[in-house]
Design a binder for this molecule. Structure first.
Ligand code: HEC
Length: 102
């Protein structure tokens, strides 16, 4: 766990450029089916744009390790598995910095 946290803080120190978002922007289309185009949520699916960036990362890292966070975490296990650690980091930034302005 300490190692994971250390990795996350290193990743947080890196900055993203518009091009770097390309991959996660494409992957977000799948996420948007449940979470809404602007991560505002849909009936039965949580909104994400109110969450702290670190908490989004934490949730996706947990889901990737198949750690249960809520009643419907099973839905997210397969979703998080499609993201690399770097993409999890970028996805959180994308949700907070790009989607909220759309
Ligand atoms: C099939 C519908 C579906 C898709 C597609 C989906 N999600 Fe989710 N997502 C959910 C559900 C349902 C939950 C609540 C899971 C739980 O109970 O732990 C959730 C939870 C989350 C959470 C944590 C929310 C919280 O309140 O703690 C994050 C972050 C998240 N999803 C991000 C994503 C990302 C990023 C993608 C695309 C890679 C994605 N989701 C794709 C349905 C989906």
């Amino acid at each position: 766990m300490k190692k994971i946290l250390a990795t996350i803080s290193i990743l947080l120190a890196t900055t993203a450029t518009a091009d770097e978002y390309d991959t996660v922007a494409a992957k977000w289309r799948t996420c948007a089916a449940c979470h809404g185009n602007n991560a505002q949520g849909k009936p039965g699916f949580p909104s994400l744009n109110w969450m702290e960036e670190q908490v989004i990362i934490e949730a996706l890292v947990d889901y990737k390790q198949m750690i249960t966070r809520g009643d419907m975490s099973g839905i997210m296990f397969g979703q998080a598995a499609t993201l690399t650690d770097e993409e999890i980091e970028l996805m959180a930034k994308y949700i907070k910095e790009v989607l909220k302005n759309d």
